[in-house]
Design a protein around this ligand. Structure first.
Ligand code: SF4
Ligand SMILES: [Zn+2]
Length: 328
């Protein structure tokens, strides 16, 4: 029999996050769950991560063992915030059995929990008990539901990402979350497939405007090329380039509110990158900005000189979109 504590989560680490204007200690946990019910997004490889069992009890035991490992390895009293990811939706009852959800709420009672979920699972039924069990009066909003809205454009979300829900679905989920006493976090995806660099920047700018007032927290993810994805196929053919870090800086500098941004794979061919020379400093600066909200730092990085800046400006000016036939 496998010992409880040998079943680790897919990943778990401690770090800092910005909350209400201050840095707080945050524990991030990625649990291996039953897997994403949608599993069709063009850029996503998390959907391959799933614990294969037909039994709800086995799945609950598997999740319970991962949480036991976390409790064993980390001093939970050190963390004010916990970010929970699964390979899909934390509030999908077939992916994360409700009994396990209750255990999570008991374990992290008195902390701020941010849990990722598709909008359709952000319902009064799934949230109310969870919020009540988490809430010990320490925080006004003990739970934030985090949804990968990616963009406020339904066309881009449908054609370039294949996300399977609309902006209206997100808005409705946000209303249900608030009704249940939870807040809302939105993830935006900068530069999905099929967009030029300039189109992707324009998409993020209009998404910032559209999301204002709807989400309490926003995180922008510059797209990375994950393995075994449709995006990777295009990238291998030279039909996709991850965004320039210069573009990320431009967006952060002019954004109407502070957002976090972690350029995963920054400076690598599969991640957001410039030329290789200036990438390290910019990537580090973007991470520092996420915590400090210091716009001057972003401005200073954007003023830096590097020969690749001309290349980026040329791309913005001259890259042309794909042309698809409108009829068959
Ligand atoms: S991005 Fe989210 S919804 Fe889309 S396939 Fe991946 S886990 Fe599922
Ligand atoms: Zn450079």
């Amino acid at each position: 029999m496998i010992s409880e504590t040998t079943r680790k989560p897919l990943a778990c680490w401690g770090g800092k996050e910005r909350y209400a204007g201050n840095p707080v200690e945050c524990l991030t946990i990625i649990l291996e769950s039953g897997g994403c019910s949608w599993a069709r997004c063009r850029m996503c490889s998390y959907r391959h991560e799933r614990y294969k069992t037909a039994s709800c009890d086995e799945l609950a035991a598997h999740l319970h063992a991962q949480l036991a490992w976390v409790k064993n390895e980390y001093d939970l009293t050190k963390y004010a915030m916990v970010k929970l990811f699964t390979s899909g939706s934390f509030f999908d009852p077939t992916e994360v059995p409700p009994a396990f959800r209750d255990e999570v709420a008991r374990t992290f009672r008195g902390k701020i929990v941010i849990a990722e979920s598709r909008p359709e699972y952000i319902t009064a039924e799934n949230l109310e008990g969870f919020v009540a069990a988490l809430d010990d009066g320490t925080y006004k909003t003990p739970l934030y539901c985090a949804a990968g809205l990616e963009t406020t454009s339904d066309t881009i979300r449908e054609k370039c990402i294949n996300k399977g829900f609309s902006f209206t679905d997100f808005r409705d989920a946000a209303a249900r979350a608030r009704q249940a006493g939870a807040g809302m976090k939105a993830y935006l995806l900068f530069k999905p497939l099929f967009l030029t660099e300039a189109e992707a920047i324009a998409d993020m700018k209009s998404s910032f405007t559209g999301i204002s007032g709807l989400a309490d927290m926003v995180s922008m993810n510059p797209c990375t090329v994950q393995r075994r994805t449709e995006l990777e196929l295009y990238w291998k053919q030279g039909a996709y380039r991850p965004p320039y870090l210069w573009s990320v800086l431009t967006l952060l500098k002019d954004a109407p509110f502070h957002m976090t941004c972690d350029p995963l794979g920054g400076g690598q061919m599969r991640g957001p990158h410039n030329c290789g020379t200036c990438d390290y400093e910019i990537t580090k600066g973007i991470r520092d900005y996420s915590l400090s909200a210091d716009r001057d730092l972003i401005g200073a990085l954007l003023d830096m000189d590097c020969p690749c800046k001309n290349e980026w400006e040329y791309v913005l000016e001259n890259e042309r979109p794909y042309c698809m036939p409108l009829t068959r």
